[in-house]
Design a protein around this ligand. Structure first.
Ligand code: C2E
Ligand code: CA
Ligand code: CA
Ligand code: CA
Length: 273
């Protein structure tokens, strides 16, 4: 019985530690968002599958934590979502990405948005005013959302998407194929692109089974959607995805996400070639 109580105490201690760490991370994140310091964006180039040219960049958020170092979004986006900080973070990302790409001629940019952002009634206005402030054509922005966001049933996300598309902003379904009713929901909602998830790209080169991707490409073609394949890591994948009809390719084979400075130097190199 005593051992049981001990174990319980230990478990309690452990829980307390976890909760404290979590609260600390949340407070640190709140501070980072309020001061707009520590949040930075990396840019991953996306290339044409046919010409090999760079066509756009995806903005991927990072948090330069003063003690923990550079943190990836998988660590802090869930914290931001639970703490009600995601809409503020999303705006910082959008504003910062727009400020940066406004210097990069006509290069289009993609940003990732969470469900809570799209559910915000003021979201379309916020996005459009940010674009206007940086003098960026709405057609240069693509917003990446996941399928699960279309399943909430309220219709608010659909209305937001429709309003922004009317103004020229483009939408992509991210991680396509990993959600529940991929093909079904995409039929009803007006979007511009699907991004085929990395798991299908990996499966393609592991088993040679191209059935799923062929199905996605033909669905997308029939609906007039563009297709990006994500997580392209090998030459073999690049060739297969190109011949299956993907329009754009993104992945470590072509380029990792780059800091603004790294990207600027890659870009000038390509331009002066
Ligand atoms: P995602 O939108 O699916 O982004 C692609 C992720 O895969 C990125 O991870 C990218 O660095 C990584 N990646 C790209 N090419 C390759 C490859 O060839 N191999 C492998 N193994 N990975 C590759 P990252 O930057 O850690 O982002 C993770 C997720 O965090 C993103 O997944 C996105 O869902 C979310 N995220 C990123 N930035 C934001 C943001 O500003 N707002 C919101 N709400 N979510 C964001
Ligand atoms: Ca994405
Ligand atoms: Ca993705
Ligand atoms: Ca993902």
């Amino acid at each position: 019985k005593a051992a049981g109580r001990n174990r319980y105490a230990l478990f309690g201690d452990h829980m307390n530690q976890l909760l404290r760490a979590r609260r600390e991370l949340e407070n640190d994140l709140r501070h980072a968002i309020e001061t707009k310091t520590q949040i930075e964006i990396h840019y991953q180039p996306v290339y044409s599958a046919t010409t090999g040219e760079m066509c756009s960049v995806e903005a991927l958020v990072r948090w330069r934590h003063p003690k923990k170092g550079l943190l990836g979004p998988d660590i802090f986006i869930p914290v931001a979502e639970e703490a009600g900080l995601i809409t503020a973070l999303g705006l910082i990302v959008l504003d910062d990405a727009c400020a940066t790409i406004s210097a990069w001629n006509d290069l289009p940019v993609s940003v990732n948005a969470s469900a809570a952002e799209l559910k915000l009634e003021s979201y379309p206005l916020r996005v459009l005013s940010t674009l206007a402030r940086h003098n960026i054509e709405p057609g240069r922005l693509e917003i990446e959302i996941t399928e699960s966001l279309l399943l909430d049933g309220s219709g608010q996300c659909e209305r937001t998407i429709a309003a922004l598309r009317k103004a020229g902003v483009r939408f992509a379904i991210d991680d396509f194929g990993t959600g529940y009713s991929s093909f079904g929901r995409v039929q009803d909602v007006s979007i511009d692109r699907i991004k085929i998830d990395k798991v299908f790209v990996d499966e393609l080169s592991r088993s040679g089974n191209n059935g799923i991707i062929v199905g996605m490409v033909s669905m997308a073609r029939a609906r007039g959607l563009e297709i990006t394949a994500e997580g392209v890591e090998t030459e073999e994948q690049r060739e297969m995805l190109g011949s299956l009809g993907c329009d754009h390719l993104q992945g470590y084979l072509l380029s990792k996400p780059l800091t603004r400075e790294q990207f600027a130097s890659v870009r000038t190199k390509t331009v002066s070639d």
